[in-house]
Design a protein around this ligand. Structure first.
Ligand code: GAL
Length: 422
């Protein structure tokens, strides 16, 4: 009896081994994907898309090379040195607009993806406004996964009610509200490290100048020296007087959390904050109910305008695993991939055919605005200026944040546009 059992087990093992050999897969393929999605609201979105990828390509090993730091400030520096050293990740996160065309395409670092767009039928489901921003001379260079809105003012509704402060619709009203909020020993506007100050700057410029004059700044010959720009920068300086004193040491999540906690009334930041506020606490998010734990409004002067950015993924020139990269890009552009990713990330699909019922109340409002508002691009998140110009603006901004000299700042902005402008 024991002997029979032994023989049967041995047979089973042999059969299993044979089967494993016969069906043996070639060595598992890999794909290395580079992003800056490591933090609250961001990592969970990437994980969700990864879930779809793993389901569709179980044999491709996913190497997540995300580098921490909001807006990619750190990640993009690491990426730049890897590209310079001829060691590209297979695919990396890049913003639609000048970041792609004026930076990676200009440096010949990424491959066109026209045949993928054709095979996948993406031209029928991606918005017409987006395609030119990722194209040059008829070649399409990235796969957009989302649309984020930059101009959102996040508020703490309980705190505003307690202080009797109405949501401001002009910067004058905003500055008035700050007096009341600060008299109650609260922070008026929560802000973080320098890129979040640039984010605030572009929103104030938009609010003060309006969409046409804002757009003109990024076109050839844009007049950065105008009295309107002076006035907008003066408003920006006044708004900066009402931010938390420890801003430079805080991440965007830290700053947003000040609003969630009721320590601050407002935070002007892109809608990745929605992912962070409403996401699962298990994933490092705050688990708040939209409209209850937090609320949102267009920052002063920007109602009716959607200042957008779009995260997309590229295919590296000489990608070590181009097949794996194409598999990843297929998922990134797919309905399933985008429906998994965006409700968690706090963005809406780049595709036009996602199921709106999967999205929360804030994101549903963003979908409506995206389709009806005037659309303009974000500076901080790669749409309006290439890296060289943006870096020049950032250097001038760094000085301005320490010396508050509007005239010197404006001259530096004029010079930056003159030398590096589009
Ligand atoms: C943006 C990016 C968003 C979000 C944000 C904060 O540049 O497009 O997806 O990650 O930075 O890190």
């Amino acid at each position: 009896m024991v002997r029979k059992l032994f023989v049967a087990v041995a047979l089973l093992v042999a059969v299993a081994l044979l089967a494993a050999c016969a069906g043996a897969q070639p060595t598992a393929d890999q794909v290395e994907i580079f992003s800056w999605w490591t933090g609250g609201g961001e990592a969970a979105g990437l994980e969700a898309m990864l879930g779809v990828f793993a389901g569709e390509y179980p044999d491709v090993e996913f190497i997540n090379s995300a580098v921490a730091g909001g807006a990619g400030t750190n990640a993009r520096a690491v990426l730049a040195s890897r590209l310079q050293a001829g060691d590209p990740p297979d695919s990396w996160q890049a913003h639609a607009g000048q970041e792609i065309i004026g930076t990676y395409v200009a440096a010949d670092q990424i491959e066109p993806l026209n045949s993928l767009f054709e095979e996948e039928g993406w031209l029928d489901v991606m918005p017409d406004t987006l395609i030119p921003l990722i194209s040059k001379d008829g070649d399409i260079f990235s796969v957009p996964v989302n649309i984020h809105r930059a101009n959102v003012m996040w508020t703490n509704p309980a705190l505003l009610a307690e202080l009797g402060v109405a949501v401001p619709t002009t910067w004058d009203e905003f500055l008035g509200a700050c007096e009341t909020i600060e008299a109650a020993d609260k922070i008026c506007l929560a802000m973080g490290e320098q890129w979040t100050a640039m984010h605030l700057m572009e929103v104030v410029l938009l609010g003060e100048l309006g969409p046409d004059a804002y757009n003109a700044l990024w076109s050839s010959g844009g007049d950065w020296g105008s009295p309107e720009v002076t006035a907008a920068l003066e408003t920006y300086a006044q708004v900066l007087d009402h931010v938390n004193s420890d801003a430079s040491g805080l991440t965007w999540q830290d700053a947003a959390q000040l609003v969630a906690n009721g320590d601050a009334a407002f935070n002007i930041m892109g809608d990745w904050v929605d992912g962070y506020f409403s996401g699962d606490t298990a994933g490092g998010n705050l688990g708040l109910v939209p409209g209850e734990g937090y609320a949102w409004a267009p920052p002063p002067g920007t109602d009716g305008t959607f200042q957008f950015l779009s995260d997309s993924f590229t295919l590296a020139k000489n990608a070590p695993h181009s097949e794996g990269a194409l598999a990843w890009l297929k998922v990134a552009g797919s309905k399933a991939g985008q429906e998994a990713f965006n409700p968690v990330k706090g963005s809406i699909c780049a595709r036009t055919d996602c199921d709106a019922s999967l999205f929360n109340e804030y994101l549903q409002s963003a979908m409506v605005d995206w389709s009806s508002d005037t659309v303009v691009g974000s500076l901080t998140h790669g749409v309006t200026a290439n890296d060289t110009w943006k870096n020049e603006i950032n250097t001038a901004l760094g000085l301005f944040l320490t010396n508050g000299d509007v005239a010197a700042f404006q001259s530096a902005l004029v010079a930056a546009a003159g030398t590096y402008g589009n």
